[in-house]
Design a protein around this ligand. Structure first.
Ligand code: CDP
Length: 797
């Protein structure tokens, strides 16, 4: 689809992205671009085993390398009380292994040398003696009595169980199921995937011995949270730590947590007295940094014979890897998974999630979604499709029959979520109309007749999905991460000439914040976007806030921005009243200025007011002058964007190849600040969805060897796999957000995998296959066509 780019300089609209001026010229500054005088280079030694006891580590040869300055091991860190660090889920994670290694690729030793290549060479000179142990790879076996306990470093940990967590009313749900006409059950796996941003993780740490100030340039989505965690862990005073997140080459949830490499770079700088750079390579990134999903789910859906969905029951085993480093608000060990009732009006629901340790890398992050919502949406959207098949009704029609109605909002789900606003049937209707749904079904019938008559043609499949996201974490009374409340600050400074500087805590990783946040200020104050500079990604220059993930930027920091701009506007009102010699109550705001009510000739623009605010204009007693303001925004609720997706595929049933022919996406993210940026976010998310549905999986062999540590094995979608997206929109503003916006950054990744899988399985319906697990590789499709699942070990008790 062609997107027209217009230049709108004030307020909302398709303003070109300001940041692209440097990006398209190759002038971005990423962590690896940071070069400091006297800088040393770090490299990591990693475990070749998934599970093994460390017998000994001999660093003598590495230390003898002429360019090596230091070698740090777990023992070195133990002396500093830094061998273990806290995770975002109140667990501990080894910075460098001391007792055992618990996943392949785990960090064992850190070499610091004069240059990158010498550091890498010296890593090879370290000798580690391991005593291999059996690896726990299958999450469903993790709790078997004879399975080795992975976390034997923790006294209280006698099994591999991390948590059991429930939501909803089990008894009520059982009762609903008992009186249902139809119950459909299905085991399914949302496989382990990896966010894989273009830029891998890294840090340049510089502890200034003279001032005691630590500066860390690092790949983080949450600079302020990192600073606080470093302060707590290392016992350094917070004001002596400066975290700078320069340009970040994508995050997608992968750059929320703290990795051992960051800590080693910091310790390396303290030990050597010089700046230390550590940047991992692609294989290290894929093997050791945060993964996503890995949910083994059993879903059950109950309905009446005439298609009224009554209830959902879900059992999940969540594979968290060797350390519980999943990132989500403290109260929700399974993230927001219990939003799994999705977009439907049902009577009761219950879910139980059991988190387990396995010998795999830690993580469980919100990869382009709010915490665990992608898993939830996939589950419910597959279950609704399976129900449609069981009832022999059209899946779009079944959804239409059961979607929440506009008059039910604000709507409280059976598991306690309060959806703010929506008109779901309207959005689905638009998607069906854009797709030409009835004609597509007619084409499919004609195609099937020709195939039945012996013609060799690909099968055609049509998949529908609907999703509700829950973004903007979150209300401080309900949510925190490691005890830190999730409110965001914003500061707005107006210079005498009417130029503005907005300082925010959220960190862009490519989402265009420097443009869209300037547009929010511009919309509130009537200033041109070009006159507003957005500062972010530096803890010394911005107010505290918890960072960017789970599409929280617009719902939280975007709201903070609108609120602080309104504060500035109110300060400007007092100054304008003094300028016009009237009472502030006599003034009204109109497109960039205050004017006397009923007399628009008596008017002062925001630029004139800014200059006057810094002049010798006499102001009423107690009025400070200047227009600068600060705020902290504590969201009263999450915002709930939603959307309806239709996917059309052609499946070659001889080779198992799937071609996504069309993809129609109608998104509702409330008021759009910059429709062009929103569409870009959706394009990326849809591509991601196709990747997850058809290509991406982090696979392991039975010894825990990683089988997807490069982009030849871990397949990411490219333009070749994507159709020309067909986008539509509906606009249902969030009633509590100051500008009525909801988040959008990640919606498309949440909603699209189910649409693709539903389409492929719809194509295979004549062959009887009811379910197959993602990714639907040609082999999986081919087996599903035979009515056989690719995996046979999915049953969850
Ligand atoms: O937190 P993150 O930036 O990843 O997600 P977001 O808040 O959904 O925003 C993604 C980008 O889309 C930002 O540049 C937003 O300002 C923009 N956006 C928009 O223009 N209008 C909306 N209603 C929502 C987001």
């Amino acid at each position: 689809m062609t997107v027209t780019q217009e230049r709108a300089t004030v307020g909302f609209g398709r303003t070109l992205r300001k940041e692209d001026a440097r990006f398209v010229r190759g002038k971005g500054t990423y962590v690896d671009d940071v070069v400091l005088p006297g800088m040393l280079h770090g490299a990591m030694l990693r475990s070749p085993y998934a599970h093994a006891r460390i017998v000994s580590i001999d660093t003598s040869q590495a230390l003898a390398h002429p360019k090596v300055k230091a070698v740090i091991t777990g023992e070195t860190l133990q002396g500093l009380n830094l061998a273990w660090m806290p995770t975002l889920s109140y667990d501990t994670q080894a910075v460098l292994a001391t007792d055992k290694v618990r996943f392949q690729g785990q960090e064992v030793a850190f070499v610091i040398a004069e240059d990158h290549y010498s550091a890498r060479d010296a890593v090879e000179l370290i000798e580690v003696e391991y005593e291999p142990l059996p690896a726990v790879v299958d999450a469903k076996r993790a709790l078997d009595p004879d399975t080795p306990v992975i976390r034997d470093d923790k006294e209280e940990q006698t099994t591999n169980r991390i948590f059991d967590w429930e939501a909803g009313d089990r008894a009520e749900t059982d009762e609903v199921f008992a009186r249902a006409d139809v119950v459909v059950a299905q085991d399914m796996l949302y496989p382990r995937v990896h966010p894989s941003p273009l830029e891998t993780c890294g840090a340049v740490a510089h502890m200034e011995p003279a001032t005691g100030k630590l500066t860390v340039w690092t790949t983080t989505q949450a600079p302020h949270a990192h600073r606080t965690v470093y302060a707590l862990v290392a016992g350094l005073p917070e004001h002596k730590i400066r975290i700078i997140a320069p340009d970040i080459g994508g995050g997608f949830g992968n750059k929320v947590g703290i990795y051992p490499g960051y800590v080693c770079a910091i310790v390396g700088s303290i030990v050597t007295g010089a700046p230390v750079k550590w940047v991992e390579d692609r294989a290290e990134h894929l093997m050791s940094t945060a993964f996503a999903r890995d949910y083994h789910m059993r879903g059950e859906i109950a309905a009446t014979r005439d298609g009224k969905i009554l209830g959902l029951r879900v059992n999940v085993i969540a594979d968290h890897g060797a350390f519980n480093a999943t990132a989500q608000p403290s109260k929700f060990p399974a993230g927001f998974f219990h939003v799994f009732t999705g977009s439907y009006d049902l009577q009761a629901a219950h879910c139980k999630v059991t988190g387990v340790y396995t010998n795999k890398a830690p993580g469980g992050v919100a990869y382009a979604c709010s915490f665990r919502i992608t898993e939830a949406v996939y589950l419910v959207e597959r279950m609704v499709d399976l129900l449609a098949r069981e009832l022999d009704v059209d899946p779009a029609q079944l959804r239409m029959q059961n979607l929440l109605r506009a008059e039910q909002f604000p709507y409280t789900t059976p598991t306690g979520w309060e959806y703010d606003s929506g008109d779901y049937p309207k959005t689905l209707q638009l998607a069906l109309e854009m797709a030409g749904y009835d004609e597509l079904r007619a084409e499919q019938r004609r195609r099937r007749e020709r195939i039945a008559a012996g013609e060799k043609l690909p099968e055609m499949g049509i998949g529908v999905s609907f999703f509700t996201e829950a973004v903007g974490a979150g209300p401080r009374k309900h949510m925190d991460i490691l005890g830190l409340g999730m409110a965001d600050g914003a500061e707005l400074r107006i210079h005498p000439t009417g130029k503005a500087v907005l300082r925010i805590s959220v960190q862009t990783q490519g989402q265009g914040h420097e443009t869209t946040f300037a547009q929010i200020v511009g919309n509130e104050l009537g200033l041109p976007t070009e006159d507003i500079e957005v500062v972010h990604g530096d803890t010394d220059q911005t107010p505290f806030g918890l960072g960017t993930y789970g599409s929280r930027s617009t719902p939280v920091s975007g709201a903070a921005t609108a609120v602080v701009a309104r504060k500035v506007r109110e300060r400007a009102r007092i100054v304008a009243a003094a300028m016009l010699e009237v009472s502030p109550d006599d003034l009204e705001w109109d497109a960039g200025g205050w004017q006397v009510r009923g007399d628009p000739d008596q008017r002062k623009t925001i630029q004139e007011i800014a200059l006057a605010a810094h002049s010798n204009l006499e102001l009423p007693e107690g009025v400070e002058g200047h227009l600068d303001a600060t705020t902290v925004y504590n969201p009263p609720n999450l915002t709930y964007p939603f959307g309806a997706y239709v996917c059309v595929v052609d499946v070659d049933t001889e080779t198992g190849q799937v071609k996504v022919r069309r993809f129609i996406a109608v998104d509702d993210c409330g008021v759009r600040i910059n429709p062009m940026v929103v569409e870009g976010q959706i394009h990326g998310g849809l591509a991601d969805g196709i990747g997850m549905a058809l290509m991406q999986v982090m696979a392991f062999d039975q010894d825990g060897n990683h089988l997807a540590a490069n982009f030849m094995d871990y397949l990411l979608p490219t333009a070749m796999e994507c159709p020309s997206w067909e986008l539509g929109e509906t606009v249902t503003p969030s009633p509590h957000h100051p500008i009525g916006a909801k988040g959008v950054g990640e919606s498309a990744t949440v909603g699209s995998p189910a649409a693709v899988v539903n389409a492929v399985l719809d194509a295979l319906a004549p062959y009887g296959g009811r379910h197959a697990d993602m990714p639907l590789t040609p082999a999986a499709v081919w087996l599903a066509r035979q009515g056989r699942p690719l995996r046979t070990d999915l049953a969850i008790e």
